[in-house]
Design a protein around this ligand. Sequence first.
Ligand SMILES: Cc1cc2nc3c(=O)[nH]c(=O)nc-3n(C[C@H](O)[C@H](O)[C@H](O)COP(=O)(O)OP(=O)(O)OC[C@H]3O[C@@H](n4cnc5c(N)ncnc54)[C@H](O)[C@@H]3O)c2cc1C
Length: 580
Amino acid sequence: MTAQATSNSWDLDADVIVVGSGAAGLPAAIKAVEGGASVIVVEANYDVGGHAILSGGHMALGGGTSVQRKYGIEDSPDVVFSDLTDWSIVQPNGSPDFRYNDRAVMRAFADHCAQTFEFLLANGVEFTDKPPDNHGASTTGNSAPRENHAFWTKGAGLESPNAAPGTGVIRPLEASARTKGVKFLLNYKMTSLIREAGSNGSPGRVIGFTVQHTPHIMPGAKSSLKSFRSEGNIESDRPTMTLRARKAVVVATGGSTSHIEFRRMFDPRLTPVVQVGGEPYSYQDASGELAAMAVGASLWGLANQTLENGATMRTQRALATKYNYTTWKLESPIFPLVKATGFNVKDWQDLILVNQVGQRFYDETKGDVPHGNNGAQVTPYTPNDYRNAENVKYSPTKYNFTHAALAMNEYSEPPDYCAGPVWAIFDTDAVEREGWKITPPHVDPDGFFFAASTLAELAAAIKNEYQAKPMKGAVLEATVARYNSMVDRGEDSDFGKPAPKYKILTPPFYAAWATPVVHDTRSGLRINAKCQVIDMSGKVIPGLYCAGESAGGFNQHGMGRCATQGFICGIQAAAEPRGE
Ligand SMILES: Cc1cc2nc3c(=O)[nH]c(=O)nc-3n(C[C@H](O)[C@H](O)[C@H](O)COP(=O)(O)OP(=O)(O)OC[C@H]3O[C@@H](n4cnc5c(N)ncnc54)[C@H](O)[C@@H]3O)c2cc1C
């Protein structure tokens, strides 16, 4: 199919147009085409998948799925609904996972959750045949294990941008969508929605949107990057186009984590120094939210974004690379953008973490913030009983790494008082103990990894766009000397690291990027139970739907909620009246 201008000035025309091809967009497209609609998926990237294709493929879906029944796990939509609206559940850090969930949105999720699981199976997604568990889970509810694990192996039409299990969800859905007749417009980004005037001058339906050609959506990407599958692709190189959606537009654009000013509305600390999981393959730049807000949409459930939930902020996984949440593979087609794989830490005793000033701030061995409440985490459990909190092992200090890392320091200056980067400092003995490879492409010496023969030279060598001022050699030397003395004493009197083990003594010395990452969007456009977008006066915006991380009112990590909302959107969008 080739894009062509039509007499009414629309360049492309379909009943339902889905914006975004990730965990929410593909189910929406498939359900809409199954419902008899003609469907186009518009995707800003060169290939489909968004964050979902990079994901671990763990999917929280319960409510009485065939696999839950097979393994004798009792669950039902009512139990899912009760779980995910239970105000009394708190995490070990005191965060109330479900308190601010929108009840209508949760009821819709609960009622469609098991159906979505069966829908995924019917459209080619395979899950490992074992009982659902809590592995990879986040905020799935206390009453039953609900996490399923997508099965993926390389090859067999399942090519991945980064050999990630989420490919086992996305590629089968993509193949199914294409087979069923869904068209794909890749390398085009929705820039604004078009809403017609209603009767008596009030705003009417959303009838389409404008797109901009984005052959270079990833800064520095080669325009030769092509989608893995091409059947059904709409080919065009027009700089802009206007698309007509006769029934509905579905916004499935993945949230707002990559838009710095948008994410700072929720948390002012999230200045540009904080990178985003999923970049540089996929940018969740709030374009869906902003376009919908420009035609009157409201945001919703905003508290959820600032709750201290497990997956919202993450510690780094790979050191010495800017994109330090996902461990990028050398064979990834976008590796030239990523530049370095980074390396993982086996034993956090092997290093210290310092802020941009060169000072420690935390016990390096403490882990990530906890994932949310999952099956049997609170035992005994009585729904909505305030005493549930007494059965949580309350431990707020354990989960404050990201907050300590974002704390102001001597170099935090106006206007934003940014915390600056976090650096892992270690010596040659640590490199040997860990078996790290410290040459490119394992590390990125262009601002994210430094080596020097003295600590003073190391401090002076650290040059990075987010480092406000040069680290002072004397400060880093004093930090390391103090840490080494605490190793001698076997006690970290500053931050309580249990029995600090290794001195940092043997040159060369190293500094590796170790700044935390922002991960999930938990707040977005206000939707109702049908996933219709709601305006600032509480009314439905006709013809506009939203699903996934761009939708608000639902505090849960990941693909289960996104796929389920996509499923709902597809059904509802196909059932809309068809505009002339
Ligand atoms: C590394 C990683 C691992 C993860 N692991 C898991 C896991 O194991 N389990 C789990 O449940 N969750 C996981 N997640 C989270 C999960 O991937 C996301 O919650 C989910 O993919 C969000 O679905 P979505 O459809 O809202 O957005 P996405 O899947 O990100 O899709 C959004 C798409 O919209 C496109 N887009 C954005 N704006 C526009 C526009 N204006 N025009 C056109 N297209 C646009 C984007 O390019 C993208 O392709 C992981 C995330 C990451 C980054």
